[in-house]
Each structure stands twice: as structure tokens, then as C-alpha cells.
Design a binder for this molecule. Structure first.
Ligand SMILES: N[C@@H](CCC(=O)N[C@@H](CS)C(=O)NCC(=O)O)C(=O)O
Length: 250
């Protein structure tokens, strides 16, 4: 099987797909791209979309972590990323869809907003990445790319403040799915990987980690994505973080 993953350093759904490929024992080549540039590359290569992760799998071009999880299960069914039982599968699909849209998009918005406040931290997210230019140069020239990513993903201040207010509820949702056994089984499913990658990225922010790490959601992320790179010192306004200081729902 021939597989090439198009990734962005520190991209959480890219990490989810990396783990899927590893779990399935599929050898793959990884092409690291810088954000924004990634859009031009994927367009030129005629992928069906312009977002990361994208995967070339035996000549098939796939864009999107949810499309990729399904294609990988078809191409190599073992170990499965979705349960065989229909009802259980529907629950995992629901959690995966929520993880990809609500959680993952929210964490991405928070990350870009925070990165604008401390661009130097981006260096840590580049660990192990081969982007075709020295990491110091990438960081020094990152400001316009961060601004573009903020625009593309709507990481404006009011929205990110709202995302931070939503985060405790998102964590309750993940803890709830873990308690019900939808997430957190011995063999990770597609939703585990989608959600754990987003939370692992969230925990690279010192502003967020204390509210996440000790919860079942945080422990899941730590178990499945222990090597997620990057670290961002506290940068977000204290009043935005107020909702994270409330005790977790019982
Ligand atoms: N929801 C999509 C991810 C879409 C997305 O926004 N990906 C980001 C990386 S995490 C990206 O492509 N950023 C570069 C850009 O939009 O210019 C998935 O799970 O596949």
C-alpha cells in the first residue's frame, strides 16, 4: 500500500491521521506544509479539498480526517476504526463528527488567536517537521500567515472568548462519552483519535492545560497523543479564562 500524508506541523487532525496510519501498520511518507501554502499545494495536486490533512492512498486523493478514517478502514480493515455493531458505530460516528466540527474547530480558533500573541512559541510546534526552510525563518516570517489563518478560521477575539466559555461544556461532553464507553476503550476508534488530538493540542497551551489534564478527557489525550509537540506560555486575557476556573460538572 502506498500512502503519502500531507500535514501541517502541530495540526491536530494531521496527528489523528498519523495515529490511524500507525495503528493500521501502514507505512507512509509525510509531507509537511506551512499553512496557507498548503492550500496552493493541494489545489495544484488536484486534491478534492484544500485543507489538511489530505492523504494520497494508492493513487486515491482524499481530503478530510473523516473521509480518511473511512477510506483507511476500507483499505485495511484491521484493526477497525469503527465498531462493527451498527448502534455502537453510529455513536462513534456522532462523536467523531462533533470532534471534527465543534471541538477541533474551536481549539484551532483558540490556538491561532493565542499564537498571534506569542509568535515565538510556534517553534515548538515545528519540532520534527521538514518544511523546506529553517524553523527560525519560518517563525520570523509567520505574522502574515497567522493573520491569514485567523481570517480563514474566524479566530477573532469575540469568537475565541465564546469558545473558551464553551470549553468546559465540551470537556463534559467528552467525559460523558468516556463514561458511556463510546470513547476510551482499549483499542482507539476514529472518534478517540479525532478528539484526543484536539485536546492534546489544547493542552499545549498553558492557559488551558490545568482545566483539562486531570479530567478523563485530558487523560485520554495524554494516553493517545503523548508526543504531541508545542508549548504556549500563558497569553490569553485572564477574564476570557474565567469560565475554565469553575469546578467541573458532577
Ligand atoms: N476539519 C478538517 C480540517 C480542516 C482544517 O482547517 N485544517 C487545517 C489544519 S488543522 C488547515 O488546513 N489549515 C490550513 C489552511 O486552512 O490554510 C479535517 O478534520 O480534516
Amino acid at each position: 500500500m502506498e500512502a503519502t500524508l500531507y500535514a501541517i506541523p502541530g495540526s491536530h487532525p494531521s496527528w489523528a491521521v498519523r495515529k490511524m496510519l500507525e495503528l493500521k501498520g501502514i507505512d507512509y511518507k509525510r509531507v509537511d506544509l506551512m499553512p496557507v501554502v498548503s492550500r496552493g499545494v493541494l489545489r495544484a495536486m488536484r486534491f478534492p479539498g484544500v485543507t489538511i490533512p489530505s492523504l494520497r492512498l494508492d493513487g486515491r486523493k482524499l481530503t478530510g480526517s473523516r473521509e480518511i478514517s473511512r477510506a483507511l478502514d476500507e483499505a485495511r480493515p484491521d484493526p477497525p476504526l469503527f465498531p462493527a455493531d451498527e448502534v455502537a458505530r453510529a455513536r462513534v460516528e456522532e462523536a467523531e463528527r462533533w470532534g471534527e466540527s465543534v471541538l477541533s474547530d474551536g481549539i484551532r480558533r483558540i490556538l491561532w488567536n493565542a499564537a498571534r500573541r506569542d509568535r515565538s512559541a510556534l517553534r515548538g510546534y515545528l519540532e520534527g517537521a521538514r518544511i523546506g526552510l529553517p524553523h527560525g525563518v519560518a517563525v520570523a516570517t509567520a505574522a502574515p500567515f497567522i493573520a491569514m489563518e485567523e481570517r480563514i478560521h474566524g479566530s477573532n477575539d469575540p469568537r475565541v472568548k465564546e469558545d473558551l466559555a464553551s470549553l468546559p461544556g465540551w470537556l463534559d461532553q467528552v467525559d460523558g462519552w468516556i463514561a458511556e464507553g463510546v470513547l476510551g476503550g482499549d483499542a482507539p476508534n476514529a472518534a478517540d483519535l479525532q478528539i484526543a488530538a484536539a485536546l492534546a493540542l489544547a493542552m499545549t497551551l498553558d492557559d488551558l492545560r490545568p482545566a483539562i489534564e486531570a479530567r478523563p478527557a485530558g487523560r485520554l489525550a495524554g494516553r493517545l497523543m503523548p508526543e504531541f509537540p508545542g508549548k504556549l506560555a500563558p497569553v490569553l486575557p485572564a477574564d476570557w479564562l474565567e469560565p475554565l476556573r469553575q469546578p467541573a460538572a458532577a
